[in-house]
Structure formats: structure tokens, C-alpha cells
Design a protein around this ligand. Structure first.
Ligand SMILES: C[S@@+](CC[C@H](N)C(=O)[O-])C[C@H]1O[C@@H](n2cnc3c(N)ncnc32)[C@H](O)[C@@H]1O
Length: 241
């Protein structure tokens, strides 16, 4: 299994990060922030261990990583917290307001599925209130965290022609993203089409797709794949090479 983490395009044009970079280039805030993603666990949390982090993040540059982390924290990009005597960091993600659609995928098996449990509420003062007369049966599956794992590489291709592109994404990755953030009939924009994975999954899940691809070679490949997948159905190709 490989992990795929995307740095959102907003990262490269984020005004505040750019200002911070210009203000304190010696702290490398942009590079440190993007590199922190590689140090996070599945939940977006990393160990606040300066020596270990320094070995992983720009180890050959002479800069004060603790100062860089503090700088990112003061500007709201990460949050430091302590638990059981250890310190951790949490990386926030970029978002332009709440998403229009969220269909969270619930496919994480629950160990205690089927058991009866009491309902408890966390109070504002952090205490717990237990309602002994109200309970619920634990469901079989719970919602995924915000890090998803997929098989990658040649084994995820549906056919040989897809292997003509060097960086084909797993179909399941595209499908899960599409079904989480859109409903049937919505339109998905993929500005880096590659072999057309997103377009294929949009078609199969009744979404529209607008795709952009720079390379004529890959554009032709996409068309071939899309035509093969959609051979039996009507498909709206409005491509122009
Ligand atoms: C990582 S691949 C995408 C792979 C795709 N998700 C798939 O499963 O096949 C990125 C693609 O973006 C294309 N690309 C790079 N720069 C581009 C640009 N400025 N405009 C449009 N396409 C671009 C590349 O030619 C490449 O095919």
C-alpha cells in the first residue's frame, strides 16, 4: 500500500504563506509546511520532536526548525498540543468555506459493532454526562479519517493502455473523491487529466467531467481509454488538441 498526499493548489498561491516566506525566508515556512505533511500520521498529527523532524525536513540547511514551527503556529497553519507528557502538532488543511456536498464514506470496521452502548455527551467544561436510559447499538462501520490508503502502481490499471501514462492514479481514489464531494449530475473539473481516470469514474458514477491535458500524446491516450470504457454508451467528447 502507498500513501498519496496532495498539496492543494491553493498552497502555491496562498497569500499569507507567501507573505510569511518573504518576511522570514530564513525560516523556510512554505517548504517546512509542505514537508510536515510527510511527517503526519493518518490523522494529520505529527510528533513535535524537533531533532527527528529536523532530520526529515531540510536537514542540510542551517535554520531553526523550532522557530519555523512556532511561526507557522502563530499564523494558524499548525497547532501544538500535549498529551501524556508528549507534544504533537496538528496540520490544518486549506478550505474555501464549507464544501457544498459531503458524502462521507463509512467503511472502517468497528470492533465493537453490534454492542449496546450508553449515550454520553461531552460538556463544555470537558466533563461527561451519561444518559443511562438512552443507548444505541454500535454500527458495523464508521467514517474514514482524512487520510485514505489505496493500492497503487501497475496493478490498479484496468487495461494495458493505461500503463502508457507514467503516473496513473488508482480508479478507487478518483471514485471515492468524486462520490464524497459531488452528487449525481454534478460537474467535476480535472485540470491534469493524464490517462483520464477521473473522467472514467465520473462517467461511471453519472457525473459530468471537464478535463484539461497539456500533452497531446496523453490527450490521445485519454480519448482512447474513454472511448473503450464508454463504448456501449453515449459520451460527450468536446476535446480539442
Ligand atoms: C500526475 S498526471 C495525472 C494522472 C491522472 N490523474 C491519471 O490517473 O492518469 C498529471 C498530468 O498533468 C499534465 N499537465 C501538466 N501540466 C499541465 C498543465 N499546465 N495543464 C494541463 N495539464 C498539465 C501532465 O501532462 C500529466 O499528464
Amino acid at each position: 500500500m502507498s500513501r498519496i498526499r496532495n498539496v492543494k493548489p491553493e498552497f502555491y498561491a496562498h497569500e499569507e504563506l507567501q507573505d510569511m516566506e518573504m518576511e522570514h525566508p530564513e525560516l523556510h515556512p512554505m517548504l517546512v509546511f509542505s514537508a510536515l505533511w510527510t511527517q503526519c500520521e493518518w490523522s494529520g498529527v505529527f510528533h513535535w520532536s524537533i531533532r527527528k523532524l529536523k532530520l526529515a525536513i531540510l536537514p542540510f540547511l542551517n535554520y531553526d526548525l523550532e522557530e519555523s514551527l512556532g511561526y507557522l503556529e502563530r499564523h494558524g497553519f499548525i497547532k501544538k498540543f500535549g498529551r501524556d507528557g508528549k507534544y504533537y502538532g496538528f496540520v490544518y488543511i486549506f478550505s474555501k468555506g464549507p464544501p457544498k456536498t459531503i458524502n462521507l464514506i463509512k467503511d472502517v470496521p468497528v470492533e465493537t459493532a453490534g454492542r449496546f452502548c450508553k449515550i454520553r455527551h461531552r460538556n463544555k467544561d470537558s466533563g461527561l454526562t451519561e444518559n443511562a436510559s438512552v443507548g444505541a447499538i454500535r454500527l458495523e462501520y464508521q467514517t474514514r479519517s482524512n487520510v485514505w490508503r489505496f493500492g497503487t502502481g501497475t496493478c490498479v490499471a484496468r487495461d494495458n493502455d493505461e500503463l502508457e501514462h507514467p503516473a496513473v492514479f488508482p480508479y478507487k481514489l478518483a471514485r471515492d473523491q468524486i462520490t464524497t464531494w459531488t452528487n449525481e449530475g454534478d460537474t467535476v473539473l480535472d485540470p491534469f487529466m493524464g490517462s483520464g481516470t477521473t473522467a472514467v469514474e465520473c462517467h461511471l458514477s453519472n457525473r459530468h467531467c471537464i478535463g484539461i491535458e497539456l500533452s497531446e500524446e496523453y490527450f490521445d491516450l485519454e480519448l482512447r481509454i474513454l472511448k473503450r470504457v464508454c463504448a456501449q454508451q453515449q459520451f460527450d467528447f468536446r476535446g480539442g488538441a
